[in-house]
Ligand binder design. Structure first.
Ligand code: CP
Length: 318
C-alpha cells in the first residue's frame, strides 16, 4: 500500500479486517524499526494515542507535531505575500516527510467552502509534497482509520459477518456544526460488506453527499429505520446541501433525534456505536451509552489495530 487516504486504497476490505483481527491477537509479532510522523491540524484523543500505540506495537518510533501549538503559522495558499504566516505548507510537509518513513496527518474541513473541502485541497497538497507514504488520520471529508475500526468491530460481533445484519447510521443532534468525515467514510466502508443491509436515517436536508452514499437507502423516519436493526451507529453531521449549516438542532436535549433507550427497544437488541467523543444526553442518553449493548469502547480499542494494519501494510511496501 503506497498511501492510505480512503477505502479506495484497499484491494480487499475483508482481507484487511481479517489481518487486523490477527494483529489484535498477535500485536507484537512484527517489528520494523521505522519512524512514523503524526501531524495534527486539529485536536485528537483516540487518533493520536491509538496511532502511537500501533506504532509501538510494530517496533516503530513516533514524533508528534500539533501544528497550531508547536510550530510556525503555516501558509496554505500558493502565491501569497506571506506577511502574517511564517512557513508555507510546501516546505513544511516536504521537510516533515524527510524526518519519517510514514507521514500520518489529520486535517479538518472549513465547513464554509464546500468545493475546497470536497476537493480535499489541503490533503492533496500534503500527498503531493510528502516524499513518503501518507496516512489519512481524518481529512475534510473522510476518516478511514475510524471506519476500518468500525467494520472490524462489526466483524467481531457478527462472527465475521457469518450472519446477515442490519446496520443503521442515524443522525443525532449536536450543539455545533460537525464535519461529514465519519458518516461519509463509514458509508463507504460498510457498503463494501455484502452481508450488511445498510441504511441511513436523518432529518430532511441532511442527506450525505451522493459520492459517498450512492445506492444507500436514506429515510427520514428514524423509528422505522430502527426496526430490526442489529447495530445503531449514531453521529451528528452538518448539512451537505446547505453546506456546513445546522438546519435542525432538535431542541438539543429533547428526544426527537437523540438516541434513547425507548428507541433502542425497537431494534433487534442492537449494539450502540459512536466514534467518540460523544456529548451525553445530547447525542445519546446515558442509559444507552452505559448499557451492555454499547460497544463504543470496543470501537475505540480497535482504533489501535486499524492503524497497526495500515502502518504494517505501508511499511511492507516501502
Ligand atoms: N474518533 C476520533 O477520531 O477521536 P479523536 O478525535 O479523539 O481522535
Amino acid at each position: 500500500m503506497k498511501k492510505f487516504f480512503s477505502v479506495e486504497d484497499i484491494v480487499n476490505v475483508y482481507d484487511l479486517i481479517k489481518e487486523a483481527i490477527f494483529l489484535k491477537k498477535n500485536p507484537y509479532n512484527f517489528k520494523y524499526n521505522k519512524t512514523i510522523g503524526l501531524v495534527f491540524f486539529n485536536p485528537s484523543l483516540r487518533t493520536r494515542i491509538s496511532s502511537q500505540k500501533a506504532a509501538f506495537n510494530l517496533g516503530c518510533h513516533t514524533w508528534i507535531l500539533d501544528i497550531h501549538k508547536d510550530s510556525w503559522k503555516i501558509e496554505m495558499n500558493d502565491g501569497e505575500v506571506m506577511k502574517s504566516t511564517q512557513e508555507h505548507i510546501k516546505e513544511a510537509v516536504s521537510v516533515m516527510s524527510m524526518y519519517c518513513d510514514i507521514l500520518a496527518v489529520r486535517t479538518f474541513p472549513s465547513l464554509s467552502d464546500r468545493d475546497y473541502d470536497y476537493n480535499e485541497v489541503l490533503f492533496k497538497k500534503i500527498l503531493n509534497y510528502s516524499r513518503v507514504p501518507v496516512v489519512n488520520m481524518e481529512s475534510a471529508t473522510l476518516h478511514p482509520l475510524q471506519s476500518l475500526a468500525d467494520v472490524i468491530t462489526i466483524a467481531e460481533f457478527t462472527s465475521f459477518f457469518r450472519k446477515k445484519c442490519k446496520v443503521v447510521l442515524s443522525w443525532a443532534p449536536h450543539v455545533k456544526p460537525l464535519p461529514h468525515s465519519v458518516p461519509n467514510s463509514f458509508s463507504q466502508w460498510i457498503s463494501k460488506i455484502e452481508e450488511v443491509n445498510f441504511i441511513i436515517t436523518c432529518p430532511e436536508g441532511y442527506n450525505l453527499c451522493k459520492k459517498f452514499s450512492d445506492g444507500v437507502v436514506t429515510i427520514q423516519n428514524q423509528n422505522k429505520a430502527f426496526e430490526n436493526a442489529d447495530f445503531i451507529y449514531a453521529k451528528n453531521w452538518s448539512s451537505y446541501y446547505n453546506y456546513g449549516k445546522i438546519l435542525c438542532n432538535d431542541d438539543v436535549g429533547s428526544n426527537d433525534w437523540m438516541i434513547t433507550k425507548n428507541k433502542m427497544e425497537r431494534t433487534n437488541k442492537a449494539k450502540f456505536m459512536h466514534c467518540l467523543p460523544v456529548r451525553r444526553n445530547v447525542v445519546v442518553e446515558d442509559s444507552v451509552l452505559d448499557s451492555d449493548d454499547s460497544i463504543v469502547l470496543e470501537q475505540s480499542e480497535n482504533r489501535i489495530y486499524s492503524a497497526q494494519i495500515v502502518f504494517k501494510k505501508i511499511i511492507e511496501s516501502l
